[in-house]
Write a protein that binds this ligand. Structure first.
Ligand code: FE2
Length: 200
């Protein structure tokens, strides 16, 4: 079954800046995502999005939450409805009258899968963090010290090993960084620094 969304506009402009509360977002996450590993992944990506919005983009707290929310819900439908992945969460957020920019970020987090191009910086960073965060988490699990003492060169070595986290597309990671106009090294360092902050 195709996961293509076959459209480029999402939500309604009138809903600009309309967000879920933190409680509503975590309730949705808990109801939809029963798999702990996936929930951890989504929390990791949401933390990276929030930190990047604050530290690199210098955005205010409201905007930080918009970035964080996109990260928190981007895979919300993957656990229970994999054949409707992306479509179901996009439609749910449209029904809840959520800010179209947040919905667009979610809709474009896998341009090769859903056919929606990342346009804003929020879109592009979600695309960049998604796969790379997973690979670095897998690397932390095989290191006795976890994230402690992890270095850029270790991550780059794992990236070169095709058999390591083989389902993570190296081409997509590079494509995402190119589109976002950030270096692969900067994104890796950022993840090493911030991913350890998140626990289930
Ligand atoms: Fe993801």
């Amino acid at each position: 079954m195709s996961l293509l969304l076959n459209r480029n506009t999402f939500g309604d402009e009138l809903n600009n800046a309309n967000v879920l509360s933190k409680e509503e977002a975590s309730q949705l996450l808990d109801e939809w995502v029963l798999n702990d590993r996936l929930r951890l992944h989504m929390k990791q990506v949401s933390n990276l999005m929030k930190r990047w919005a604050a530290k690199i983009e210098n955005l205010n707290e409201e905007d930080q939450w918009r970035w964080e929310m996109a990260g928190l819900l981007h895979d919300a439908d993957w656990d229970q409805w994999p054949d409707q992945h992306c479509k179901k969460i996009v439609e749910e957020l449209e029904q809840r009258n959520i800010d179209p920019e947040i919905i667009h970020a979610i809709a474009s987090h896998g341009p090769n899968h859903f056919g929606v191009e990342p346009e804003t910086k929020m879109d592009k960073m979600l695309y960049a963090f998604d796969e790379l965060s997973g690979l670095i988490h897998a690397y932390s699990l095989m290191r006795p010290a976890g994230y402690e003492g992890m270095e850029l060169k270790g991550v780059k070595k794992r990236l070169k090993e095709k058999s390591f986290a083989a389902n993570v597309s190296r081409e997509e990671i590079q494509d995402a960084c190119n589109r976002a106009g950030v270096s692969l090294e900067e994104v890796i360092q950022f993840i090493i620094q911030h991913q350890k902050e998140v626990h289930l």
